[in-house]
Ligand binder design. Structure first.
Ligand code: GLA
Length: 665
């Protein structure tokens, strides 16, 4: 018996269909059975679909093989057809009434040797039509059968079963459709529905507006550089009242340079004027050691777009575009070179840049001339993740070289460190970061320190004490729904480790043209992109744009420059969003802000539009409170008990709630 009783079939017809869907046993060889689906005229096997449209958490979708490219095998049973994937996995299929039934055997592939745990789900026209129990590695396959009569769209989902995605190698074995009698089309795989983004793109006002962080910090006597972020028509003239001695503002460029004289706190009035008006904002400058990243860093990094194809001119272009597109007017500052810039060391051990970067010093000068800052990448082992020379046993020498070149940010990975690591437990994970922190402390330059070790040994618990300004808390992001949604859920409970100067880092942004050396428009839908930017703001995440800066489209620019959303990311209180509630398909997150108001994100993680409600009680709030929708730039009036919004598929509603005037349109 193949265990169909464990199938949780949610459509009335699927239980009986499940029984009739048992595949025919064609052959038995020793302990391994081989099933073959007979393909008659009205059977359409799933391997005929373009499976490359499947979005998944690891590896690539494989026709008739497991994600490991081995024969599809569940609990000793080998299946000839189907497809192998990896949680979190989403395959969308347009049916357009072409099929009447879908059947499959599902389970974890034997290649995991008993590891992994997943749930299989079939969604038909926005409703869950079938769902497996939690399936563990080694469990016998269970049959799934779904009635598709008149169905338009179907989604095959494999979710991790609450224990992360490791070893979640999931097989849709013998998966097939029974075509409708006389059908003139067949099922087609599709990308996520491209519903319009739930936002409006406002016209950037021509009058000056000051954006970005309201606070920054630096070490006294070290070189200070800060570009006042102001949008509005150029030319612009800048003034500042109350600047600390030692700093001066260039009134034509808006760049503040110099060095702070001593520890302290200065409240500065920044003023920007153009032909149409004047803007002013209060700004705090803090002097002291380890005062970097008082708000999350904002900027660009080369990896998600260029990976190994990065070179000096692409980085210089990114800096130029940061200014020309207006992104710098909103606080984006860092221009970070990721892996593959390194050449073998000189005979005296000094790290060299390879031929792609003829002069790091010249590049730094260029980037600094815009008021921006330059970042670089290394690893604590002998080689980086891409196999280039890394900092092992050269930490101080490298920190000195970075300082000499004019580097302002170091992303420090983990790769290859395992080959030289000593100690056990915390010491094993912590040591390489402590060593590089010690090296950075010895150079007379402020270099923001970013750990990139994917959350190992709960880095959030010791990252700040080790002098990290931010630390990656998950594996690498991709431009897929499975990647985005699993990274969002990996942040649950981590809010307490965040604060000014030290931030959880859920990885770089995947909006715009991304592609790790082969750029394409992001595969995230417009609403998924809004969720990405909203949640990175709710999480106080570093906002490092990962796309080709020379090909920014108006939508991407608009979602990166919503001042009301960026103000949440840069909120000086530095308290990060916590999860208020979660159902199968909805999530509510809340974040307290410095002005006493609250940011709330309502997320639709499902495949049909949802009305999501939140009560003031759930948010520990009370009274008559104003509500403002930050993507629609719309005041929603006063509310006494709570609010409800319709949220599109994979969309977000981001609101600010509290005491402010919300009756203005
Ligand atoms: C790791 C990091 C990426 C990138 C590459 C470079 O995978 O997580 O962000 O830096 O290394 O090789």
């Amino acid at each position: 018996m193949l265990g169909y009783t464990s199938l949780v079939a949610l459509s009335s017809s699927s239980y009986s269909n499940a029984i009739s869907a048992q595949p025919k046993l064609n052959m038995v060889t020793g302990s391994t059975s081989i099933y073959d689906v007979s393909t008659s005229g009205n059977i359409f096997p799933i391997d005929k679909l373009d499976l490359s449209k499947c979005s998944q958490g690891w590896g690539s979708p494989e026709a008739d093989l497991s994600v490991d490219k081995t024969p599809l095998t569940i609990n000793g049973v080998v299946y000839k057809s189907g497809f192998g994937t990896h949680a979190q996995s989403v395959l969308q299929i347009n049916l357009n009434r072409s099929a009447v039934k879908f059947t499959s055997m599902v389970g974890i592939d034997d290649a995991t040797k008993g590891q992994g745990a997943v749930i299989f789900e079939v969604v038909v026209d926005g409703k869950i039509a079938a769902k497996s129990p939690v399936m563990h590695g080694g469990d016998a396959a269970v049959p799934i059968s779904v009635d598709l009569t008149n169905a338009k769209r179907m989604i095959l989902i494999v979710r991790p079963a609450g224990d992360g995605i490791n070893f979640d190698h999931a097989d849709w074995a013998d998966a097939q459709f029974e075509l409708a009698p006389g059908a003139t089309t067949t099922p087609q795989s599709a990308t996520t529905p491209l519903e319009p983004a739930r936002m409006i793109i406002p016209v950037t006002p021509a009058k000056p507006e000051i954006h970005g962080a309201t606070i920054t910090g630096a070490t006294p006597h070290y070189r200070f550089r800060f570009l006042v972020p102001v949008s509005g028509k150029r030319p612009m003239t800048y003034f500042a009242k109350g600047l600390p001695p030692g700093l001066k503002l260039n009134m034509h460029t808006g760049i503040i340079t110099g060095a702070l004289p001593h520890d302290g706190k200065w409240n500065v009035k920044l003023i920007a004027k153009n032909a149409l008006g004047t803007a002013s904002e209060m700004f705090t400058i803090v002097g002291g050691s380890h005062k970097l990243a008082l708000t999350p860093p904002m900027g660009w990094n080369s990896w998600n777009c260029w990976a190994g194809a990065v070179d000096q001119s692409k980085v210089a272009d990114a800096a130029k575009e940061m200014v020309q597109t207006g992104l710098a007017d909103y606080g984006y500052t860092y221009i970070n070179i990721d892996d593959t810039w390194e050449a073998p060391r000189a005979p005296d051990g000094e790290i060299m840049a390879n031929q792609k970067f003829p002069s790091m010093r010249a590049l730094a000068n260029k980037v600094h001339s815009y008021g921006l800052k330059l970042g670089i990448y290394s690893s604590p082992g002998p080689t980086t993740c891409a196999g280039y020379p890394a900092s092992y046993l050269h930490e101080l020498q490298d920190a000195q070289t970075y300082s000499k070149w004019g580097i302002d940010y170091l992303k420090y990975d983990w790769c290859s460190y395992t080959s030289v690591a000593k100690g056990t437990g915390l010491e094993y994970y912590w040591l390489p970061y402590a060593v590089m922190r010690g090296a950075l402390n010895q150079v007379h330059r402020d270099i923001l320190f970013s750990f990139c070790q994917y959350g190992m040994d709960d880095v959030w618990k010791w990252g700040a004490a080790t002098g990290g300004n931010c630390w990656r808390d998950t594996g690498d992001i991709r431009d897929s729904w499975s990647s985005l949604s699993s990274i969002i859920n990996a942040q649950i409970g981590l809010q307490k480790y965040n604060g000014p100067g030290h931030w959880n880092d859920p990885d770089m942004l995947v909006v715009g043209r991304v592609g790790w050396g082969d750029p394409h428009p992001t595969h995230l839908t417009p609403n998924e992109q809004l969720m990405h930017i909203s949640m990175w703001s709710m999480f106080s995440a570093p906002l490092l744009i990962g796309c080709d800066m020379t090909k920014l489209d108006p939508f991407t620019l608009a979602i990166l420059t919503n001042p009301e959303v960026l103000a949440i990311n840069q909120d000086p209180l530095g308290k990060t969003a916590y999860l208020v509630s979660k159902t199968n398909n909805t999530e509510i997150w809340e974040r307290p802000l410095a002005d006493g108001t609250h940011a709330v994100a309502l997320l639709n993680m499902g495949y049909s539009d949802k009305t999501i409600s939140v009560s003031w009680k759930q948010l520990h709030l009370s009274g008559d409170l104003a509500v403002r929708d930050l993507w629609l730039h719309k005041n929603e009036g006063m509310h006494k008990r709570g609010i409800s919004f319709k949220v599109p598929i994979h969309g977000v509603v981001l609101v600010k709630i509290g005491h402010f005037n919300a009756n203005k349109a």
